[in-house]
Design a protein around this ligand. Sequence first.
Ligand SMILES: C[S@@+](CC[C@H](N)C(=O)[O-])C[C@H]1O[C@@H](n2cnc3c(N)ncnc32)[C@H](O)[C@@H]1O
Length: 238
Amino acid sequence: MSAPILLDLYCCQGGASRGYADAGWSPVGIDIDPQPRYPFPFHQGDAIEAMATLVRGDSLPFVDPDGQVQHLWLSDITAAHASPPCQARTKAQKIRGNEHPNLIAPTRDLLIKAGLPYVIENVVPENADTDPDPLIDPMMLCGAMFGIETYRHRLFETNFEVEAPEHPVHIFRNTKMGRRPVEGEFMHIVGNFTDPERARRIMSMPWASRDGLREAIPPVYAEHIGRRMLAHVEAVAA
Ligand SMILES: C[S@@+](CC[C@H](N)C(=O)[O-])C[C@H]1O[C@@H](n2cnc3c(N)ncnc32)[C@H](O)[C@@H]1O
């Protein structure tokens, strides 16, 4: 039996997609920018418009890494993951002429309309009390839960049950920006970080550029959620 299809909205270079593939899914990605390093079938376009197209009952074209075009309908898709960019960095504002569009709520609305099991991921907001576009009851994942040398906290909203592994106490220091890492330090993969080769190793993303690494969730986070989501889908189908 072929792997069920998972739509990866706002896929960038595919950190999340890689993890879902490791969990047994067949990812297809959507991003507003061309993503030549993305290693799975890809549709370039606005994620909200693409989801609306599928929900309306129309198909979307995806291009395989080998250049073949396939058309997918909503009924071909079993689940979805979405990583809307944090608001200050979004490019959708250019499209919609909007200063700071909130992408999480409209993405959630479409995922619910589509009737899919879904995951929405985002960074931890600086001030959760004043966040204009919050995740609902999110779970937090940390690299230390998976034995990788970066803390990289990320929040995940899901519409199925999934638990975070136990959160170890942070005992390692982050390497200071611009310095070479000292043995035993963890890596903070943000901004203009040094040593992308080490970041590729830590994240298990050997195909990714510095930009792709900075944006990505470690594939192991998506693998953890993806395994649980697959079990959920199989239990519902049984
Ligand atoms: C935080 S990154 C996603 C990282 C990805 N989950 C990973 O693990 O590699 C957000 C991505 O959203 C894309 N993006 C921004 N606005 C978008 C929109 N309206 N529709 C689709 N993609 C968009 C950006 O180009 C960027 O690649």
